[in-house]
Design a protein around this ligand. Structure first.
Ligand SMILES: NC(=O)c1ccc[n+]([C@@H]2O[C@H](COP(=O)([O-])OP(=O)(O)OC[C@H]3O[C@@H](n4cnc5c(N)ncnc54)[C@H](OP(=O)(O)O)[C@@H]3O)[C@@H](O)[C@H]2O)c1
Length: 234
């Protein structure tokens, strides 16, 4: 069987790096991307010390010319792309941000990275998936974006994660009937630079559902949101 090629954004640390590790262990061709080249190359070298063979490509997700360069690289090198994990994210209003003290510039910047960048990446890479009628897209969301128990605080981050969930639904609906499956997942509260040392989950636990969704069999779910491999409420 053809080896699957999958791109992970923000792969240089945290949950993204762990997703790369777990996918590479499953013998997928993982393209780890990062906005700071030296950090990404270091992460690749750390993973490859453990007999993995992860590839690297630079990608600041908010830079459209880098998105185009990545898509050209995938076409030239592999003749397509089989998966995308939209993991890169920012949480600028994490420190006591509320509706009134979070300015619009923060909301805009958060939307750029957490929503518009995955949108553009999907526009660029889905055509490569269509070539082989195979694709797995995983959007890393958050419990803070779930509408069913939406509360106050962190407005920029919350709205960005709700919006990426909407993107999951729209894209999945437009790709219905193809073998390109699009899902959101919530990793839980994970010990990373974003989650902080007080978080209750390891990166291994945080990455697990994303890896499962990235390797779904044909006919698997699409247009849904998962937590610990179980469908959850939007
Ligand atoms: N940790 C949690 O408790 C938790 C909970 C729910 C959801 N999440 C989500 O899980 C995902 C990963 O978070 P994490 O906890 O692993 O956070 P993290 O350790 O802060 O890592 C965030 C990653 O995103 C990258 N990134 C940010 N802006 C970027 C850009 N413009 N271009 C490319 N990469 C960019 C960072 O790169 P740099 O190193 O260059 O900054 C880093 O690799 C995020 O989408 C986050 O919202 C995390």
């Amino acid at each position: 069987m053809k080896e699957r090629v999958i791109v992970v954004t923000g792969g240089n640390r945290g949950i993204g790096q762990e997703i790369c590790r777990q996918l590479a262990r499953m013998d997928m061709i993982v393209v780890l991307t990062s906005r700071i080249e030296k950090d990404g190359l270091q992460a690749v070298s750390d993973l490859n010390k453990h007999e993995l063979s992860v590839r690297y490509h630079p990608l600041d997700v908010t830079n459209p010319s880098q998105v185009l360069a990545l898509s050209n690289f995938l076409s030239k090198e592999f003749g397509g792309c089989d998966g995308l994990v939209n993991n890169a994210g920012i949480f600028l209003d994490s420190q006591g941000g509320n509706f009134f003290n979070t300015d619009l510039a923060t909301v805009r910047q958060t939307m750029e990275t957490n929503v518009y960048a995955p949108y553009l990446l999907c526009q660029a890479l889905v055509p490569l998936m269509k070539k082989n009628n195979y694709g797995r897209i995983v959007n890393i969301s958050s419990g803070l974006g779930q509408l069913h128990n939406m509360g106050g605080g962190y407005p920029a981050y919350r709205m960005s994660k709700t919006a990426i969930n909407a993107m999951t639904r729209v894209l999945a609906a437009e790709l219905a009937g193809t073998n390109i499956l699009v899902n959101s997942m919530c990793p839980g509260w994970v010990k990373t630079r974003m989650g902080g040392p007080g978080a209750n989950r390891s990166v291994e636990e945080g990455a697990d559902t994303a890896v499962w969704l990235a390797t779904l069999p044909d006919g698997g779910p699409t247009g849904k949101i998962f937590s610990d491999r179980k469908e959850t409420a939007w």
